[in-house]
Design a binder for this molecule. Structure first.
Ligand SMILES: *Cc1c(COP(=O)(O)O)cnc(C)c1O
Length: 374
């Protein structure tokens, strides 16, 4: 099919090309001035004390799990309706992800069920702000304060989202954003940890750089670390992306609003939930189908008619083959997660989508639905 509208596309231009070229010409390709500048600018954007850039969101989450001292046998509560990278880092350290069912409107962890899942083995909670929809931070912070259990925010999909006017990433003991090419802003590959905690920041800085301390001694290793560094080309790209971030986020909001206006009228299609307390930062435009529609047939029709689309997250994490093998999870344990997983899908969504493309996507969805409704 020619001219199939893609699912995602990074918003990058001459500024990024220029900045990356300058870094390459400078010869300073890692641990240089761009890293510091990117971290400072990112911390300023979020409104937080520390930002530690790493080579992926997954690496960032791994270091947060280590910083909270998760050990074999410890339980970490999270949701299964997510990308596998949000719970894998628990397993890296020998911990056990405990999955809690989601709220069927926001697709985020259900605070009441979260509270009930807390045991004396619970050492942390990983909150995923799925698709850029903030979790209910009012309820969750109340539970966290009462129980004393620290929170890690997986904000990898939620750059720019806020709850009660407070940006996501600023609620947890530590939080992570990611910069893969389909995220709101990109550095090619990359991620960043943000925290107000000086100790967590210092540990993460050391671990990302082979366990060095900040004495500046290159071959002095004070702990077992990793190579989770983000190179200077990526940091230079990140700096340019941050200059455009407000524009990127407002464009994305605008396109999401256009989609919602057209799609909410289609019988059988459910558009993203609007929570009056939340500022949604749409990462992927996600739709649910009602029971009387066959989601897979809609996907097939869209993909055959020039509109990319994909089921998300199907299967959810606890039903991924490796999770079933290790933890013996079976279908039926998380009914809402499992039902939502079978009915949801994403459609093309990127900053420079034009009205014609938006219209084509909406018309094609309408046709796909109509085919089943007669
Ligand atoms: C993108 C993403 C990550 C991080 O992914 P990387 O590819 O490692 O940067 C983590 N969690 C969620 C929910 C994500 O969507």
């Amino acid at each position: 099919m020619i001219n199939k509208i893609p699912l995602a596309k990074p918003y990058v231009g001459e500024e990024e090309i220029q900045a990356v070229s300058e870094v390459i010409r400078s010869g300073w390709l890692s641990l240089g001035p761009k890293l510091t500048e990117f971290e400072n600018e990112f911390a300023k954007f979020i409104g937080i004390k520390h930002a530690i850039a790493v080579n992926s969101g997954t690496s960032g989450l791994h270091l947060c799990i280590k910083a909270l001292n998760i050990k074999p046998g410890d339980e970490v509560i999270t949701s299964s309706f997510s990308f596998v990278a949000s719970s894998n880092p628990v397993i890296f350290e020998g911990g056990k992800p405990v999955f809690v069912d989601i709220d069927e409107r926001t697709y985020n962890i259900d605070p009441q069920k979260l509270e009930r899942a807390i045991t004396d083995k619970t050492k942390a909670i990983i909150l995923v702000h799925i698709f850029g929809q903030p979790c209910n931070m009012e309820e969750i912070m109340r539970i966290a304060e009462k129980s004393g259990i620290p929170i890690i925010e997986d904000a990898c999909e939620a750059l720019g989202a806020a709850f009660n006017g407070k940006k996501v990433g600023t609620f947890g003991a530590a939080s992570v954003f990611a910069f893969y090419p389909n995220k709101q802003i990109t550095t090619g590959e990359g991620g960043i940890i943000v925290t107000n905690d000086d100790k967590i920041a210092a540990m993460c800085r050391s671990w990302r750089n082979q366990g060095r301390d900040d004495s500046g001694e290159w071959l002095n290793h004070v702990c077992i670390g990793y190579n989770y560094r983000l190179n200077e080309m990526s940091c230079a790209m990140g700096i340019e992306q941050l200059k455009k971030v407000e524009f990127i986020l407002s464009k994305r909001r605008e396109i999401a609003a256009k989609y919602t206006k057209r799609l909410e009228r289609i019988d059988g299609i459910i558009t993203p939930y609007v929570d009056s307390k939340a500022e949604f930062s749409c990462w992927v435009y996600y739709l649910q189908t009602e029971e009387d529609l066959d989601r897979n047939k809609i996907l097939e029709y869209l993909n055959q008619n020039g509109v990319s689309s994909r089921a998300y997250w199907d299967p959810p994490i606890h039903l991924q083959p490796v999770y079933k093998n290790i933890f013996r999870y079976v279908e039926g344990e998380l009914p809402i997660t499992e039902r939502v997983s079978k009915r949801g899908f994403i459609i093309p969504f990127f900053v420079d989508m034009n009205n014609e493309q938006i219209e084509k996507v909406c018309v094609t969805i309408k046709k796909a639905v109509r085919k089943q409704k007669r």
